[in-house]
Design a protein around this ligand. Structure first.
Ligand SMILES: Cc1cc2nc3c(=O)[nH]c(=O)nc-3n(C[C@H](O)[C@H](O)[C@H](O)COP(=O)(O)OP(=O)(O)OC[C@H]3O[C@@H](n4cnc5c(N)ncnc54)[C@H](O)[C@@H]3O)c2cc1C
Length: 396
């Protein structure tokens, strides 16, 4: 039987390794990660929301994967007795224009096979008495939350029992014939390779000859987390998003252990791992990112300048609170918040279409597969993405 090498020990890499072992298609499955802990980046720095899948355009891969991914993630959490919050979520509107978007989201939900209801504002008190809305709101019962770290640890233990080798603290820096070259000069041979390296998937795909019109455009998601457990909110509250952009706006979420989080923001960042102002700048990527950001700022493509000016305000705690205050009638100033570990969405920008790429992109070349633009809801979709990749690998 052939061997499979996976670059990246985030949720996507781990789920693919698990699926490969469950299907018993490969003799050896090896995961390589540059960090000394698995899932150190987006996978352990996200909101932990198991999305239902109604936001996405019905022809997108996200729409195709999310509803089933939601069921598979909820099943995994329940079967492994991990913590979760089956809170559901409401999406609330501020005006008549946003009511229309709620109706569009309701229609998308039907096409994307998600269970939601579009309801009149007088009913909101039955779902979330602390939410405020215009005429309509959307109720999504299957939007749960789980603990990304518990899911990660459970997956790591499971795949280690299956015999998957996880090689940590080793960075993939090149490729030669059917081997990857590591930063210590070692070479690891592969018959099949999956590049699930999250924010670095684009530059790594280039090592394998993948050509695209994409550039990396990272955004930093800052959060505030309540110091004390929540005894106010029943559900997550989200504003109506700009449906042409991948960001959902500052929202309130409940963690699986019942703390309240506000955020995340979408502040332009300077590398895929640039958590603090000058953290992890990347000598190869940062100059390119700065150049792209400057040009988008000047030309205001996809309203980047408006977004950047709005988002930089969120460097101050009170502006995040103020923004979340627009969707709730509870005075958030009565809750004490601390900053919580940020995450980075290493979004792709399409130079040809001059727009942000909103979808998950999967590129295939010879015996290699590259998972690009692994942005939200890729955590929710991970078990479904793994099934898709394994079906493909079984067919070639
Ligand atoms: C702020 C924020 C909030 C989010 N909220 C949600 C949410 O609520 N629900 C949801 O479904 N999704 C959410 N997401 C999205 C989700 O977290 C990510 O889509 C998902 O974690 C991506 O997983 P991944 O395995 O593809 O990448 P990652 O978790 O980033 O893993 C990639 C791995 O590759 C490794 N790597 C990179 N380069 C190399 C190299 N050269 N050699 C070896 N290893 C390498 C990295 O060290 C890393 O461990 C959110 C994301 C962010 C940033």
């Amino acid at each position: 039987m052939p061997n499979l090498v996976i670059i990246g020990s985030g949720i996507v890499g781990l789920c693919i390794a698990r699926e490969a072992k469950k299907k018993d298609t490969f003799d050896n499955v090896t995961i390589i990660d540059k960090e000394i802990y698995p899932g150190f980046h987006s996978t352990s720095r996200n909101s932990g929301v198991i999305h239902a899948g109604f936001y996405y355009s019905p022809d997108s891969t996200k729409a195709k994967f999310c509803s089933e991914g939601n069921s598979l993630m909820r099943e995994y959490v329940l079967n492994n007795s991990l913590s979760y919050k089956a809170s559901g979520k409401v999406v609330v509107s501020k005006n008549d224009k946003e009511d229309k978007i709620i109706e569009i989201l309701g229609k998308r939900a039907v096409k994307n096979n998600c269970k939601v209801r579009v309801l009149e504002s007088k009913l909101i008190k039955n779902y979330e008495p602390k939410a405020k809305t215009n005429n309509l709101f959307l109720w999504s019962p299957n939007t749960w939350s789980a603990s990304p770290k518990e899911v990660l640890n459970c997956l790591v233990n499971e795949i280690c029992e299956y015999g998957v080798k996880i090689c940590l603290g080793r960075k993939v820096v090149g490729t030669k014939n059917k081997s990857v070259i590591l930063d210590n000069g070692d070479e690891i041979k592969f018959d099949f390779l999956v590049n699930a390296s999250g924010g670095y998937a684009l530059p790594i795909s280039k090592l394998f000859g993948i050509k695209t019109s994409y550039k990396i455009l990272p955004f930093k998601g800052l959060y505030l987390k309540s110091k004390n457990k929540n005894d106010v909110f029943k559900t997550h509250i989200y504003p109506v998003p700009d449906i042409n952009q991948p960001f959902l706006g500052v929202h309130t979420t409940l963690t699986s252990d019942n703390y309240l989080k506000l955020g995340p923001t979408a502040i332009p960042a300077f590398s895929p791992e640039n958590y603090k102002i000058f953290d992890n700048l990347d000598i190869k990527l940062t100059p390119d990112i700065l150049f792209l950001q400057s040009s988008l700022f000047i030309n205001n493509n996809f309203r980047f300048r408006d977004l950047a000016l709005r988002e930089f305000r969120y460097l101050f705690k009170e502006n995040i609170v103020k923004s979340a205050q627009e969707i709730t009638n509870f005075n958030l100033k009565d809750i004490d918040f601390d900053w919580y570990s940020p995450g980075i969405r290493a979004q792709l920008y399409d130079l040809k279409k001059q727009n942000l790429e909103n979808d998950l992109i999967i590129e295939f070349k010879d015996s290699t597969i590259h998972i690009l633009n692994s942005i939200s809801p890729a955590w929710t979709c991970a078990f479904k993405t793994a099934q898709f990749i394994l079906n493909y690998l079984n067919e070639i």
